[in-house]
Design a binder for this molecule. Structure first.
Ligand code: PLP
Length: 384
């Protein structure tokens, strides 16, 4: 049977070139980059090469890149680190209702610690309105955290416009760019962001390693305490093979991003148009054009997303009902609800996220298999 992986927003395979680059750092080049001897310094050099590659991918200075354990950690550091370091300036934080749990739950934690957190609504496409943000800003606002693109519905937010408003008010701006980095070109100076989160496993690097861009001069309190690694912003011995892999993934992404983006957009649009023309009673989630090049997300009326996924899996198609982090709950996704989809329809959401190994025949196969699955489930559905 054919097996097609279309869940690249959950995770991606490590590219062979990335894996090759990582290998020596497990066995022969095993030194601790904090050690002064040659074993350590040999490795420290490579950490800095990786730092340059990550910086180069997002238009930063390498001194503004700090390695972390994952995207979740980068988000936690951004929110908690800015909140606790700037408490004397204010106690208000703004984020949105469609953020990843790493940001939302950091917000809930900060509320328990005495901060006020506003969760902005989005429109039916998942976009944050600059006017809504402007109205939510107060003189006490110290941080705004809005994701660059949404992991479930793929919408890309107007970050440059939003950050401009925030900078004019003198607050910090963080963007969770975990789903965008490596997929769409972005530049931290052009966007005017102060902090930006990255995760390696979303663009063909290994799992368990991330990075955060922290603009020079940003006042931030570390929340990992211990050694002096990462210029005292993130204690803990560095995950050397992981960081080397992240660096290589960043280098490859920088070289290939435009071409790959165009290839993915073509297949994404074929899948969206194909499903819309072949299946009645479906709603495209997310903005039609301001969306990630690899994301297709639909709600199907009168069917459960989980049943669709099981039947797709039986045909060898691995898709998702939304975020991998919440797919073990049967609650409708907070993102789908936030774009105004009624709860019964929200249960029928399916996300196809394509990537490097996807080819046009895979799209044809999905378009051949999905409509009869929906039809069959609808004839069986108690919801009709
Ligand atoms: N932010 C977004 C938008 C994500 O999609 C994810 C992962 O799904 C994360 C943060 C968390 O990244 P990590 O898996 O590296 O902790």
């Amino acid at each position: 049977m054919k097996r097609i992986y279309v869940d690249y927003n959950a995770t991606t395979p490590v590219r062979p070139e990335v894996f090759e680059e990582m290998k020596p750092y497990f066995v022969s080049r095993f030194g601790n980059p904090s050690s002064v001897h040659s074993f350590g310094q040999d490795v420290a050099k490579e950490i800095n090469v990786a730092r340059e590659s990550v910086a180069n991918l997002i238009g930063a200075d390498s001194k503004e890149i700090y390695f972390t354990g994952c995207g979740t950690e980068s988000d936690n550091l951004a929110l908690k680190g800015i909140a606790f370091a700037n408490r004397d300036k204010g106690d208000h934080i703004i984020t949105s209702k469609i953020e990843h749990r790493a940001v939302l739950d950091s917000g809930h934690f900060l509320e328990k610690a005495g901060f006020r957190v506003s969760y902005l609504p989005v429109d039916q496409d998942g976009l944050i309105s600059p006017d809504v943000l402007k109205n939510a800003m107060t003189p006490d606002t110290i941080l705004v955290s809005i994701m660059h693109s949404n992991n479930e519905i793929g919408t890309i937010e107007p970050i440059k416009e939003l950050a401009k408003i925030v900078k004019e008010m003198g607050a910090y701006f963080h963007t969770d760019a975990v789903q965008s980095v490596g997929k769409v070109p972005l530049d931290v100076r052009d966007l005017q962001v102060d902090l930006l989160s990255i995760s390696a496993h979303k663009f063909y690097g290994p799992k368990g390693v991330g990075a955060i861009f922290i603009k020079k001069g940003t006042k931030i309190e570390p929340f990992m305490h211990g050694g002096h690694q990462e210029r005292r912003k993130r204690a803990g011995t560095l995950n050397v093979p992981g960081i080397v892999g992240l660096g290589k993934a960043a280098e490859l992404a920088k070289a290939e991003i435009s071409e790959e983006q165009a290839r993915l957009v073509k297949m994404r649009d074929k899948l969206i148009d194909g499903l819309q023309s072949q299946v009645k009673g479906i709603r495209l989630n997310g903005h039609r054009t301001k969306r990630l090049p690899n994301n297709v997300s639909f709600c199907f009326e009168k069917v459960e997303g989980e049943s669709i996924l099981l039947m797709l899996d039986m045909e060898g198609i691995a898709a998702s009902s939304g975020s991998a982090c919440t797919s073990d709950t049967l609650e409708p996704s907070h993102v789908i609800l936030a774009i105004g989809v009624p709860a019964e329809l929200a249960h029928g959401s399916v996300r196809f996220s394509i990537g490097i190994l996807t080819v046009e025949e895979d799209i044809d196969y999905i378009l051949e298999k999905t409509p009869p699955i929906i039809e069959r489930l609808r004839t069986l559905s108690p919801l009709k």
